[in-house]
Design a protein around this ligand. Structure first.
Ligand code: AQP
Length: 337
């Protein structure tokens, strides 16, 4: 590809918090699609550790999970030569731009964020200011790289909307500064639900280990978790209002196989929930097994992971600094001579 075509590629930014073991929700909502985009876009994928500390983290575990999350990005097919893979705290411009954008974000709009409301209930003894301003840091992440597209799961769409509002507000005051990004959902698996409480989103920080299937769960564990998945008392594999458990298993099966609901219903006609749960478990286990193997190889080579981090941080810092310098100039900050 010549230089000019490379420069014309659209920019993608996305990230995942190293706040737990990544789930098949993170995989289907994000990671699986990121791999597909790396040919056609200029992609930056970040391990968002600054976001993770909005909930109390054990330092040693956070450090370990940061390496593991980066390794999982690569194990899921992201090539560090084709994508910029980096850790958020390695690029100080994220925190710097977030401060400026805080001054262009309204208290009222942050109060309406669903994730803030949910997490303030879940972590009621630690409703810190970072949890409240989380969407502003996320806006900074995206806007720093002038991203055109942000592939996310459904739960993050509200944060993309506020990012667009903040960028638009800033541009209105200071003239065209930020590109207005678009959030893009995956075709299937935009919202994977908990296996234990299917009316709730599957989350990596769920304290019930059976509620979430982790990308690194071994084959038997994956199959066992699906066999135990909560479903209603019926037996017909058919998508229907109120059958959250079966609907969720159909969503997961569809996302892993590419099959439509009609095809799934025909495949399992007259076979009952038990057969279906086993089939979903085996399909997911088969799909994840090469990821787990590659992850094992990558984590065995810490020096390599560190070199990817370093290279990614230097590429991201260069781009981020360009936007930050422009923002500082526009708001009237002086430059050291
Ligand atoms: N259940 C899900 N279904 C589909 N997509 C999901 N994502 C998360 N859960 C699901 C998508 O994964 C990406 C990374 O999410 P994150 O780490 O930034 O935080 P999150 O959205 O809060 O994810 P978790 O797993 O629920 O983390 P914790 O438990 O730490 O809060 C995003 O694109 C998200 O949409």
């Amino acid at each position: 590809m010549d230089q000019q075509t490379a420069e014309q590629k659209k920019v993608i930014f996305s990230g995942i918090q190293p706040s737990g073991m990544l789930t098949i929700g993170n995989y289907l909502g994000s990671l699986k699609n990121w791999g597909r985009l790396q040919q056609d876009y200029d992609c930056l994928y970040c391990v968002v550790d600054l976001h993770a500390i909005t909930v109390r983290q054990d330092p040693a575990t956070l450090r370990k999970r940061t390496y593991e999350t980066l390794a999982l990005y690569m194990a899921c097919g992201l090539d560090p030569e084709k994508n910029t893979l980096f850790v958020q705290s390695h690029v100080p411009a994220h925190a710097e731009l977030a401060w400026v954008l805080n001054c262009f974000t309204m208290f009222g709009e942050l109060s309406r964020m669903t994730q803030f409301k949910d997490k303030s209930k879940k972590y009621s003894s630690n409703v810190n200011a970072g949890l409240f301003t989380y969407p502003v840091l996320m806006a900074a992440d995206i806007l720093l790289y002038q991203a055109d597209v942000v592939p996310v799961g459904m739960d993050q769409m509200q944060h993309i909307e506020i990012t667009r509002d903040i960028a638009g507000r800033f541009n209105q005051v200071y003239g065209e500064t930020f590109r207005i990004p678009e959030g893009v959902l995956p075709k299937a698996g935009a919202k994977v639900m908990s296996l234990a409480e299917p009316e709730k989103k599957m989350s990596k920080s769920d304290s019930n280990g059976n509620a979430s299937v982790y990308i690194l769960d071994d084959r038997d564990t994956v199959i066992r978790k699906f066999r135990r998945a909560v479903t209603d008392s019926g037996s017909e594999v058919r998508r229907a209002e109120g059958k959250d458990g079966i609907n969720n298993l159909m969503t997961i099966y569809a996302a892993f196989t590419g099959k439509t609901d009609a095809e799934i219903e025909a495949e399992f006609a007259g076979r009952g929930y038990g057969d279906f749960k086993s089939a979903v478990g085996e399909t997911v286990a088969d799909a994840l097994s090469p990821v787990r193997e590659r992850f094992g190889q990558l984590t065995a080579d810490k020096a390599y992971l560190e070199s990817v981090m370093k290279d990614g941080a230097s590429r991201a810092s260069y781009l981020a600094r360009k936007t930050l310098t422009k923002v500082y100039r526009k708001v009237g900050f002086t430059q050291p001579k």
